[in-house]
Design a binder for this molecule. Structure first.
Ligand SMILES: [Fe+2]
Ligand SMILES: [Fe+2]
Length: 349
């Protein structure tokens, strides 16, 4: 597999080439070169200052001409939220933070080789829908951070594309594609959206409810834009203070969206209440069963399942069977008949 390296300075280009040349056929180019082609490459590694408008323009142009490139690894200089968001908005499939070592870079590329041989196919339709979804999520998070208006239409359109992909290619292909090519909160939101859509389809809900489900899922964790990445992506257990901070995200999301005329009351309700449980033990409002809508009940089960089966670098991925068993033991918190109906989604679809 040929790998193409792109950088904004010669020294960065040389550094990355040195890490890859023993293992791959490497081509490279400077971003300032008028025509930086990705030619036959299946993977591109980019390192550039993402504050520079000329770099952003050059990257947009390059990726506009090379949508076939499956693996787009961005190496950025600091783990700042805006750099990460910018990288994903430009089409990154993985973001690594400097100082990056040879082993972690090679691991990303090896992963991309494996994707051609695993048993569950990751189909181009799913890949494209996931990239569109990740870009919409990145621009929503970026809008929240910079105090700009959220593009609701864009997010809903991306949700619709995900729903089409699920209807066409099925859930398993979606889960594999998203877990392999996306990470962190975007991976999570893409998983929840696909699972909620598939759950809705399996229940035979009307088309309008499938639309409500994917919209609610795309927006459900928007409040996490306000939570520092160090807490959000922390490996291992959170302390009490960190947990309390994380638990502010449903109300924060509600606050971000409540003045927006394009967001319906049901979606607003789902964003605020997707961590409520039927027995009143959830947050932020400790609602009880009668106050929790069907859409929220479906979304909550999808959300928990997605969180359990997420791919994280620091731990093995939980098998779907094990995740379903955990959901099954949450008696009293989730609706029994819905949990029973979810079995088919969790294990078979
Ligand atoms: Fe959440
Ligand atoms: Fe969530």
């Amino acid at each position: 597999m040929p790998v193409h390296v792109v950088a904004d300075t010669v020294s960065k280009l040389t550094g990355l080439r040195a890490m890859l040349e023993q293992h791959y056929a490497v081509t490279s180019g400077l971003l300032s070169d008028a025509n930086t082609p990705c030619a036959e490459s299946d993977a591109v590694v980019v390192t550039a200052d993402l504050r520079a408008v000329e770099n952003i323009a050059a990257l947009k142009e390059m990726f506009g001409k090379s949508s076939h490139v499956r693996k787009r690894i961005f190496v950025i200089d600091q783990k700042a939220r805006l750099f990460t968001v910018q990288a994903y908005a430009l089409g990154a499939t993985r973001v690594l933070v400097n100082p990056v070592n040879q082993a972690s870079l090679l691991a990303e590329l090896v992963d991309s080789n494996h994707s051609q041989t695993v048993s569950i196919e990751t189909l181009p339709g799913a890949h494209e829908a996931a990239a569109t979804g990740a870009t919409a999520l990145a621009s929503m998070f970026s809008a929240v951070l910079s105090g700009k208006a959220i593009d609701v239409r864009d997010a809903k359109a991306a949700g619709g594309k995900i729903a089409d992909s699920i209807a066409e290619d099925g859930l398993s292909s979606w889960l594999e594609t998203v877990r392999r090519h996306h990470e962190g909160t975007y991976q999570h939101c893409l998983l929840v959206t696909g699972i909620a859509v598939d759950f809705g389809l399996s229940l035979g809900v009307p088309k309008a409810d499938v639309e409500r489900l994917y919209s609610a899922a795309m927006f459900h964790d928007i409040g996490k834009a306000r939570i520092p990445l160090a807490v959000l992506d922390k490996p291992g257990r959170l302390d009490d203070q960190e947990r309390a901070l994380i638990e502010t995200h449903p109300a924060a999301g509600y606050d971000v969206l409540k003045g927006n005329a394009s967001i319906s009351p049901e979606i607003l309700d789902a964003v605020r209440h997707h961590h409520e449980y039927l027995d009143g033990s959830g947050y932020p409002d400790a609602l009880c069963a009668a106050s929790i809508s069907d859409i929220v009940r479906i979304l909550t089960i999808s959300d928990i399942f997605a969180a359990l089966i997420e791919h994280r670098h620091y731990k093995p991925t939980m098998p779907r069977e094990q995740a379903y068993e955990i959901i099954r033991t949450m008696q009293g918190k989730l609706e029994g008949p819905l949990v029973a109906a979810f079995r088919d989604v969790a294990l078979n679809r």
